[in-house]
Design a protein around this ligand. Structure first.
Ligand SMILES: Nc1nc2c(ncn2[C@@H]2O[C@H](COP(=O)(O)OP(=O)(O)OP(=O)(O)O)[C@@H](O)[C@H]2O)c(=O)[nH]1
Ligand SMILES: [Mg+2]
Length: 543
């Protein structure tokens, strides 16, 4: 064990919490932890540091703040709920980085819950956090990776990770997640560092969270809440936003007790009167009111999402009808999916050195080297053990993948555990009904990965390409592999198309595989492979 401790960044010990100074990838203050190893080797954390001022004016008393929140909530009738600031159904251009950052600056932990009800959840502001994890099964590396990922997620959410601690124990403590003694040690660390939030690496039962908060005296959240928060910050499309909000509410509902028992309280008459919800009876608690409003909001979101579905369905049906083959790009978050898509298509899809830069499906057109058209769809990044509340929120992305002709699975080959990432992605995909799409594994970040790792990974997957989205290495090979694995048009034709039907000739160029083209007096003679519908159109055009 001592050996292990030496090579590991953890300061291990059976009787103390294991601290993980490396959990702090971006240091802005000179201090003890200034020499930290980044989470991912290429993480430069170049994201501009948005100022993190609080939303409320300085000096605002908590009473005044509460009143202003209340006002905001009350000024939103049901009508404004449907007019929530959803942006266009962006299915392509999602480039407004500046806008994202300004959004983050205003309210870095924005949650759409503000539209619904005043619950403590949305007062959650992750500023200075300490991470807490359990180190259950023997493997130190896994535990470290999981904590590093949590640290990177926390950074993505806009918080500063001050420290990380882990406890070695076989099972989470049913009452307090960490053992209660360890929780008290953690409370001291938190007080020392003046942290305001603890993020637990796992899922906390509502009662565990409350018990931990009672001991630690600051907000405690779990991995799911953190991921939800990031999703809420990054969702761009109308549907993405609605789905994330629904997931947030689902998560929130059983946890409506407030952050610590002391914070739950009875609603004053002011709330009931102004909210315009006439059905509230005397003596009903604020929490019950919130719960009802949340359910109403959830029902509305479900209806909205249902109503949005046709456009996506229609788009896909359209592609199906035109028989444009599609390639879905999937992979672990931060693997380089968007970068690779940019390389392959020259598209300006957002690339950001933060996890979950992409939240909505983004479709691009491309052509194979032999001229066949197809589409690429970028997708959201996966995380290890994606919380179940979130799976539904990503169905739009996942459906995109399931409906594709080919899966381009991008892997960060420079990650400490690429196999674990591959497994995580495959596990989620295999959960989708009828998922049966041929897969190409793109071993990305070859510029950083070791040749041994690349060789090992290559030997484990059937169709792979070693690439670097950054340097362009291997991109041509990948293109060729994609062209090779895309479904081929099935009908072979040898046909003369009259010169009046240039449209058909160009369709053969873009959709078919052209073997030869010859210009005869009566028209263009084409020898090609095309799909059935084009073959039928060609046949009917023949004189
Ligand atoms: N060195 C190196 N860095 C890369 C390469 N490909 C991507 N990156 C970097 O990895 C980070 C993540 O890239 P993205 O393309 O945003 O990753 P993604 O998989 O789309 O991430 P999400 O959409 O957040 O899930 C960025 O900082 C990229 O510059 C590569 O081949 N080599
Ligand atoms: Mg992306």
């Amino acid at each position: 064990m001592a050996q292990h401790a030496k090579s590991s960044p953890w300061r291990e010990g059976r009787d103390t919490l294991i601290r993980m100074p490396h959990a702090r990838p971006r240091t802005r203050e000179p201090g003890v932890h200034a020499h930290l190893t980044p989470f991912v080797p290429d993480h430069e954390f170049e994201t501009p540091n948005a100022p993190r001022e609080a939303v409320e004016p300085e000096g605002a008393s908590s009473g005044a703040r509460e009143a202003s929140i209340m006002e905001r909530v009350l000024s939103r009738g049901d009508a404004s709920i449907s007019a929530t600031t959803y942006e266009s159904d962006a299915d392509g251009e999602q480039l407004d980085l500046a806008e994202r950052h300004s959004l983050r600056r205003v309210d870095q932990l924005r949650t759409d819950l503000e539209d619904v009800t005043e619950v403590e959840y949305r007062e959650l502001r992750l500023e200075n956090v300490v991470l807490a994890g359990l180190f259950t099964t023997g493997n130190v590396e896994d535990a470290e990776n999981s904590m590093r990922e949590l640290a990177a997620l926390a950074e993505t959410a806009g918080s500063r990770v001050l420290d990380g601690v882990m406890q070695r124990r076989a099972h989470p403590d049913p009452a307090t997640f960490l053992g209660s003694g360890k929780a008290r040690e953690l409370a001291e660390i938190v007080a020392d560092l003046r942290a305001d939030t603890v993020i637990c690496d796992g899922q906390l039962a509502p009662s565990q969270r409350r018990a931990l908060e009672d001991i630690i005296k600051v907000k405690v959240i779990d991995r799911t809440a953190l991921i939800l928060d990031i999703f809420a910050q990054h969702a761009k499309s109308r549907e993405g936003k609605a789905q994330v909000e629904l997931a947030q509410l689902e998560y929130l509902l059983p946890r409506l007790r407030g952050w610590g028992e002391s914070m739950s309280r009875q609603a004053g008459g002011r709330v009931a009167g102004g909210a315009g919800i006439g059905s509230r009876g005397p003596g009903e608690t604020k929490i019950e009111l919130d719960r009802r409003r949340i359910r109403t909001r959830m029902a509305k979101l479900r209806r909205d999402i249902k109503a949005m579905a046709p456009s996506r369905e229609a788009k896909r049906a359209d592609r199906k009808r035109n028989k444009v083959p599609s390639v879905a790009i999937a992979g672990y978050t931060n693997a380089g999916k968007s970068s690779l898509l940019n390389r392959l298509t020259g598209a300006g899809v957002l690339v950001e050195n933060a996890l979950f830069a992409t939240l909505d499906p983004t479709v691009r057109r491309s052509v194979t080297p032999d001229g066949r058209e197809f589409t690429f769809a970028d997708t959201v990044g996966f995380v290890r053990s994606l919380p179940t509340e979130l799976v539904e929120a990503f169905r739009s992305t996942l459906e995109e993948v399931a409906g594709a002709d080919l899966l381009l699975h991008v892997v960060d080959a420079s990650h400490p555990d690429p196999e674990g990432q591959i497994r995580a992605v495959r596990a989620v995909l295999s959960d989708i009904d009828g998922f049966d799409v041929p897969e190409i594994v793109a071993l990305n970040k070859a510029d950083l990965a070791s040749p041994e790792t690349l060789a090992r990974l290559r030997s484990q997957v059937e169709h792979s390409a070693v690439v670097s989205a950054r340097t362009g290495e291997g991109i041509e090979e990948l293109r060729a592999l994609i062209a090779d694995m895309l479904p081929r048009p099935s009908v072979e034709v040898d046909i003369v198309v009259p010169y009046t039907r240039g449209d058909l000739v160009s369709r053969v160029h873009t959709q078919g595989e052209l073997m030869s083209e010859e210009f005869l007096p009566e028209g263009t003679r084409l020898v090609a492979r095309v799909d059935e519908s084009l073959a039928a159109d060609l046949a009917s055009a023949r004189q």
